[in-house]
Write a protein of this length. Structure first.
Length: 218
C-alpha cells in the first residue's frame, strides 16, 4: 500500500475548474417563461397533449398545418390540448419577424381568436416573404408588408408598428420561445410531441396516420 500525497497545485486547479463549471451552468440557464411556452387551444385536462414546433415561413410547416387543424377538429378540445411553439429557423431570413409579430397579435387579442386567423393567413402568404422575393428589401419594408397580413385579420397598423419596433416585450417573448425550443433539442420544423414524446411525424403524415398514432391514447 502506497499512500498518495495530495498535490496542493492540483487541488487549486480542481477548485478553479469547479468554479468555472458552476459559473457556466449558472449563465447557461435558459430564461424561464412566466407560463408554459406556446399558443394554446383546448382543455389542459385533455388526455392528449399535442405540441407542434413551426416556422411560419417554412413550407413544410405550412403543409402540415391544415392536417393538424383537421386532427384538432376531428377530436375536439376535450380530447386534445394543442400547443403551438414558434421556432424560426435562421436560414429563413424573415422568420423571426413573423414570430415576433405573432406575439404582437396575441397581445392585441389575448383570446387568440385573431391569432389563429393570423396563423392561417401568414401561412397562406408565406411565399411573399421567402428569402429571394425580399432580398432587396429593408427589414422595415418587410415588417410593413407582414403588417399588411396582420391588418387583414384585424390588427390596427399603429398597434402593429409599435409592437414590432417599440414594444420590447414582443421581442423578448420571441427570443425566449426560440431558446425554449433549442433547450428542448428542437432542430427543425415541423416537429411534434405527443404527451411529451417526440414523434417521427412530419408534413408527410396524413390525417389517417395521425388517427393511428392517437388511437390508443383517446
Amino acid at each position: 500500500y502506497q499512500r498518495r500525497v495530495r498535490d496542493p497545485n492540483m487541488t487549486q486547479l480542481f477548485v478553479v475548474f469547479l468554479f468555472l463549471s458552476l459559473s457556466y451552468v449558472t449563465y447557461s440557464q435558459p430564461p424561464i417563461p412566466k407560463t408554459y411556452d406556446g399558443f394554446k387551444q383546448g382543455s389542459p385536462e385533455a388526455p392528449v397533449s399535442l405540441e407542434a414546433f413551426f416556422d411560419l415561413f417554412c413550407p413544410d410547416s405550412a403543409t402540415a398545418w391544415p392536417i393538424i387543424k383537421q386532427v384538432l377538429k376531428h377530436y375536439g378540445p376535450s380530447k386534445i390540448y394543442f400547443v403551438l411553439h414558434l421556432f424560426p429557423l435562421p436560414y429563413h431570413h424573415n422568420a423571426y419577424l413573423a414570430s415576433r409579430g405573432s406575439y404582437v397579435v396575441q397581445k392585441y387579442d389575448p383570446t387568440l381568436v385573431i391569432f389563429w386567423k393570423w396563423i392561417d393567413e401568414i401561412f397562406a402568404k408565406q411565399s411573399l416573404f421567402f428569402n429571394a422575393p425580399t432580398r432587396n428589401k429593408t427589414v422595415y419594408t418587410v415588417i410593413d408588408e407582414i403588417g399588411e397580413v396582420a391588418q387583414s385579420v384585424g390588427v390596427p397598423l399603429d398597434y402593429w408598428t409599435n409592437g414590432m419596433l417599440v414594444d420590447s416585450t414582443t421581442d423578448s417573448s420571441g427570443r425566449v420561445a426560440w431558446k425554449y425550443g433549442a433547450f428542448r433539442g428542437i432542430y427543425g420544423t415541423p416537429l411534434f410531441l405527443v404527451n411529451g414524446v417526440l414523434l417521427t411525424a412530419d408534413q408527410r403524415t396524413t390525417f389517417e396516420q395521425w388517427k393511428l398514432i392517437l388511437l390508443s391514447l383517446i
